[in-house]
Design a protein around this ligand. Structure first.
Ligand SMILES: Nc1ncnc2c1ncn2[C@@H]1O[C@H](COP(=O)(O)OP(=O)(O)OP(=O)(O)O)[C@@H](O)[C@H]1O
Length: 250
């Protein structure tokens, strides 16, 4: 579905991405991990169009999209959920979710979508009239995820969805990410909480200094001693211990 080949990008004269190769197949959750400043968020920006690549190619469903605007990419089914809180705090939960369909003119379709989204994210109906700013961080993240579905996207780019959340909210967010994939979406996830990110991912990649240094299955990287040492804060486990790690991480 998504293919990055030799992508270079940066914010000024220098390059942050120095030739990123990455592929994401339809229906997959792919998690990008790596040290601070490696360029993980920058990869997402080159896919959603917030940043134009300087070189290489970004291909989505066979079409080269590297020069398209963010809106053009949105209409093709790519939605970006940024790291920072992005709800309009004074607006209601329901209004925030409806805002996710701002490019749709068919109001019947918008109503139908918001009802569907509220079924998947019950908080949208339960707290529909509450101002978004009055929700906890975890609840706001659920509403952001709900809003991201309003255009029925094929590919959801999630930038550190668990950042700043307590363990219970983190668990809910990762369960929602798994549910997104089960509902047929494709997810490219950036996650500092590498253990949980890898546990929920079908495949994963380690980004170091602007290049993909390692790829594998989520489970494979969770069990990789070097990844464990650098990113999981513990040694790799095996056998029964590994299964326990996966269960605990989710
Ligand atoms: N808008 C910007 N203008 C200039 N430099 C930027 C901008 N955004 C990011 N950078 C720089 O690009 C580099 C990579 O940033 P990026 O956010 O992609 O890394 P990251 O791997 O997602 O890091 P983290 O895990 O800390 O979020 C950093 O050195 C950062 O300071």
């Amino acid at each position: 579905m998504l293919e990055l080949n030799g992508v270079t990008a940066g914010y000024g004269a220098g390059l942050i991405l120095k030739g990123v190769d990455l592929s994401v197949a339809s229906g997959e959750i792919v998690c990008l991990i790596g040290p601070n400043g490696a360029g993980k968020s920058t990869v997402l920006k080159t896919v959603s169009g917030l940043l134009r690549p300087k070189g290489g190619s970004v291909t989505f469903k066979g079409e080269s999209i590297g020069r398209l605007s963010p809106k053009e990419r949105l209409t093709r089914g790519i939605v970006h959920v940024p790291q920072d809180r992005s709800l309009f705090p004074a607006m209601s939960v329901w209004e925030n979710v409806v805002m996710g369909a701002f490019i749709l003119s068919d109001q019947n379709l918008v109503r139908q979508r918001v009802e569907e989204v509220a079924e998947m994210f019950p908080i949208v109906a339960r707290r529909r009239s509450a101002s978004a700013g009055s929700l906890s961080g975890g609840e706001q993240k659920q509403v952001e995820l709900a809003r991201s579905l309003m255009l029925d996207p094929a590919l959801i780019l999630l930038d550190e969805p668990s950042i700043g959340l307590d363990p219970k909210s983190r668990t809910s967010v990762f369960a929602s990410i798994a549910a997104l994939a089960e509902s047929g979406r494709t997810v490219l996830l950036v996650e500092q909480n590498a253990r949980s990110g890898l546990a929920v991912a079908h495949r994963a990649a380690v980004l170091e200094a602007g290049v993909v240094a390692l790829t594998g299955t989520g489970e494979g990287l969770l069990n990789d001693p070097e990844v464990a040492r650098l990113y999981l804060g513990a040694s790799a486990r095996s056998g029964v211990q590994q299964s326990e790690t996966l269960a605990a991480a989710i």
